[in-house]
Design a protein around this ligand. Sequence first.
Ligand SMILES: Nc1ncnc2c1ncn2[C@@H]1O[C@H](COP(=O)(O)OP(=O)(O)OP(=O)(O)O)[C@@H](O)[C@H]1O
Length: 580
Amino acid sequence: MNLVDKRGLGIGIGLAALACVALPAVLSPYWIYLAISAVVSAVIMQSFGVIVGRVGIMSLCQMSFAAIGAWVVLRLNVAEAPGGFFVWLLLGGLAAVPVGVAIGLPALRIRGVNLAVVTFGFAVSADIVWNANPFPGAKDLKMLDRPEPFVTDGAYFVFVVIVFTVLAVILGVIGKTRLGLSWYELRHSERSAASHGISVARSKLAAFAISAFIAGIGGGLLAGQLSLVVPSNFAMGQSLALFAVAIMIGPHHPEGAVMGGIFGAIMPTIMDKVSLPQDFGGVLFGVGALLALRSGLSQTDLTRMRKRERSARKLMKETEEAGTEKGAEAAPVLTPPRDPGDRKPCLSVTGLTVRFGEVVALDAVDLTVPEGAVVGLIGPNGAGKSTFISAVTGFVTGYEGKVELAGQALDKIDPSTRAKRGLRRTFQTTAIAPELTQYEYLAIGAGRRLPQAEADELLEFFGCPPGEVPVSIVDAGTRRLLDVAAAIAARPKVALLDEPAAGQSAAESLRLGSRLTEVPGRFGVSILLVEHDMELVQATCEQVTVLDFGHVIASGPTGEVLADPAVRAAYLGAADVPAS
Ligand SMILES: Nc1ncnc2c1ncn2[C@@H]1O[C@H](COP(=O)(O)OP(=O)(O)OP(=O)(O)O)[C@@H](O)[C@H]1O
């Protein structure tokens, strides 16, 4: 996967260069000054883009981070510290980082509105501090001089555009890395991210640190524009208004940050011109934000997704037509499951007991997945199958019993570390970020640089559309397959699949079965399959364990177990157990 979208980069830099040349030449001094404000707001918007747009965290204190940046720059100016404005600007950004991380710490435990309240609380406290203590230089009017050669408004506009562009390029590159992609996954499902070996804590704290740094830079730039700042430049209300703009527009894309910056900077002027109170602008932003929250996606997300979907649909049609020309896919020939024989155990679970209050979801369950095997775990609804997967992969803590992977104990280890050690899982309900392409999702799952040829092979093997196709237009059944492909892409020792055939037709389910039997030999991954589709289980699994009310009622070679009268009785009315 390319870290740089060369076309987008070219267009972005071209537009930035055009703005630098044309705007100072054609705009009046008043509008140049407003244009500087718009770009400085756009930089602060980029900080919202990281934390709000990408990770989906409601942070209401970005202006407080900006104030830290401005304070440091002005303090260093008063002290006439060495290095000059450029170094001070960088130090201002860096000074905001530890504060950002400190504010991010509660985000590891709380989320949503509660976290918004924490960030709002910090913004209020910061407001009180700034109001009680004037910014450096304000008392004795020690102004901050802009650096050469960016002294005039026109030249300073060029400088802020350069800073914005550099940040946009860096954020674009980060967005394509595992860290950046993990932010999208966190936004939709933290447990899905953890199941891919992503450290949720590290990923969130990195987002807070980077967004605080950018906001700090934005604050320093504002100090450079104004020469002196006052607390109202960073008022809590500003954070709220910009937050609403961020939700509405989506500043995690450069065009969104620019639009947000323009809105933020010129709205007061527009309100003035149409003789409406300034607060009315905030109301408009709030309404826009509510509409965006209802759809779950910002305006730039929607525009970009629609564009991507159009070309992806064309690609899917071409691929389908090429497939039809080659002829219909032959019905799978299922090779009978092999006998596990005396292969070494890969995953070994002993005495696994899970209680949810009075409910004993699992009671001393033993299960072994031998190396290179496909093993089934079946049982009626509520038997404890998903709980088994969740406990083994570390999502349910406080269980009794022992979980060993290739002879190593995994108990007391968190889900993302278990995933990194070679234990991957899928969920009954998929929660794949629709903004991602299938390639990007596979890259997250793989947890390593995934060569395109390998990604293509996986997608073709599991019958998914081409890798450029965004998840937003992939149907629910295929998303499950994509989830399985992402788990296998990591080449774990064992993949625990929770009902991957749900939502598939009988023929598709059979095809999936034939693929799963090939997985151990082809990808070196053993499988524990949780399924209600008994035909699939019979055709795929060499061994099967049956749970009922958390107890193992049968375990052994699939044919024998499915013929067991106790198993048939447990399933009576719950699913069809084919006669063996
Ligand atoms: N978080 C939880 N809190 C309380 N009870 C739970 C929780 N998760 C599961 N249970 C209970 O544990 C039991 C086992 O549930 P589990 O979801 O593991 O069953 P299952 O075999 O996967 O069912 P299905 O086939 O419907 O997915 C059920 O009685 C369920 O209500």
